[in-house]
Design a protein around this ligand. Structure first.
Ligand SMILES: [Zn+2]
Length: 456
């Protein structure tokens, strides 16, 4: 017996190659086509032609007898005449699909299984896509396979191919003789069911769904890839933008540094200009003058303090002098030792030139270098030479001693007696001195007193 391993559908048909039960083999497409059959051990050409409900002439190679095992045969099917309605068996009615109908629903409504309903509707291409208004064949009394007789087929060949009961076929199709049916008419084969057809449709549907799923997955994957590319591009753009911002920032920093350097340079040049400016010199002089003024102020304050102390001391000494006047009448009246002079420092004033705090025991009379110095009072020269006041002369009279200092030249010698008005020497600047002058000092009983108090 022949069991085909290839689908009888034409090559354009995309359903998977299923091993179908023999009784479904002769399902013919509505278009002309062919199928390849591989012969098994013991198969004959006639058996294969019978099994497919065609004449032996429809086989290629056309051979009636035994076939070698593994021989390949092509079975050709002719197309049905176009627009041929065909005679429908009286036990089969037509049902028009309505909105919301399903195959299972229609089958149940007619007390049929889905397989029984499918067996009468071999033209269906899917299980779940019914169109409203589409017509379905519904067997009314006893289910079976509803086939269309095609060119090369006959009632007898189909009955034989499906192992149907000829009597039941005649009864179900309401005819007396098999030749009452022609090509294009429908033939119901009771008891035969297209059990594989449903599987075939399910498989086809699954394939479609799988293809759709794959397409969706592919689409998602492509979307994902596109998204990834987009993200990568955006990231790259962002990085680029960030880098450009960084460059801009760096440039700004450089410009700022340059500006700062220029500002420092400008400041320095201003400073240089200021250093050599007349305004600065004036300011420096002003500061120096101010410092001098403050030093002089300070000196004047100290001088005033010292003068106050000296005057206090002088008052004390005046008392002593008054007491000794009786003993020393000669010292009371002194005459000026210089013809012309200028008092530069008085008794008790300190010498601000040297900024030394020491008591000035006499009076300074400034006069030109070489001016003659005359004795302010008569007496005995006790010293004449270099001493505490440069070249100085000491003249003693009773308890009084008169000192003449800083002479340029001495005019007397120690031991000599001098009269009032006698030449003693000449004005100079010997010893500690800043300018030519005569230091005139009067000591009474060893105590210095203000000479101005004794002079006219
Ligand atoms: Zn002096």
């Amino acid at each position: 017996m022949v069991v085909g391993t290839l689908s009888p559908f034409p090559p354009s048909f995309t359903a998977p190659a299923l091993t179908l039960p023999l009784q479904t083999k002769p399902l013919h497409p509505s278009v002309p086509g062919s199928a390849l059959i591989i012969a098994r051990h013991g198969d004959t050409g006639q058996q294969i032609a019978d099994a497919y409900g065609v004449e032996v002439s429809a086989l290629s190679p056309s051979r009636t007898g035994a076939l070698p095992e593994g021989a390949v045969l092509r079975v050709s099917f002719a197309a049905l005449p176009e627009n041929s309605a065909g005679v429908l068996p009286p036990s089969v009615s037509t049902y028009l699909v309505q909105s919301g109908d399903t195959l299972a629903g229609i089958a149940a409504a007619h007390d049929l299984s889905v397989t029984e309903l499918l067996s009468a509707n071999l033209h269906l291409e899917t299980l779940n896509k019914l169109s409203v208004g589409e017509s379905l064949f519904v067997p009314q009394s006893g289910a079976g396979l509803l086939v269309r007789i095609k060119t090369g087929q006959s009632v007898q060949s189909l009955v034989k191919a499906y192992h149907a009961d000829p009597a039941q076929v005649a009864l179900a199709n309401g005819f007396g003789l098999p030749n009452e049916r022609r090509v294009g008419d429908y033939l119901l084969l009771p008891g035969v069911l297209a059990t594989g057809f449903q599987q075939q449709l399910v498989a086809r549907q699954e394939r479609q769904e799988q293809a759709e799923r794959q397409a969706r997955v592919q689409q998602q994957y492509e979307r994902f890839q596109a998204y990834r590319v987009q993200v990568a591009q955006e990231r790259q753009r962002a990085t680029q933008a960030q880098y450009e911002r960084y460059l801009t920032w760096q440039k700004q920093v450089q410009q700022r540094r340059l500006a700062e350097q220029q500002a420092v340079q400008t400041q320095y040049q201003k400073y240089l200009a200021w250093q050599h400016s007349e305004a600065r010199q004036q300011l420096i002089e002003k500061y120096a003058a101010q410092a001098q003024f403050e030093a002089a102020q300070q000196a004047a304050r100290l001088q005033a303090q010292t003068l106050a102390r000296a005057q206090a001391k002088s008052r004390q000494l005046n008392t002593v002098r008054a007491a000794s006047t009786a003993q020393s009448q000669n010292a009371q009246d002194l005459s000026w030792p210089l013809r012309s002079f200028r008092i530069t420092s008085r008794f008790g004033e300190r010498d601000i030139e040297f900024h030394k705090e020491f008591f000035h025991g006499g009076v300074d009379l400034a006069a030109p270098y070489g001016t003659p110095i005359y004795a302010a009072a008569g007496g005995t020269v006790t010293r004449s030479g270099y001493g505490d006041f440069g070249n100085n002369v000491y003249v003693e009279n009773g308890n009084a001693v008169i000192i003449y200092g800083h002479m340029s030249r001495l005019g007397v010698s120690a031991g000599q007696t001098v009269q009032r008005g006698q030449l003693l020497g000449y004005v100079g600047c010997s010893g500690v001195c800043t300018g030519p002058h005569l230091h005139l000092e009067v000591r009474l009983s060893g105590q210095a007193v203000d000479p101005l108090g004794l002079l006219p």
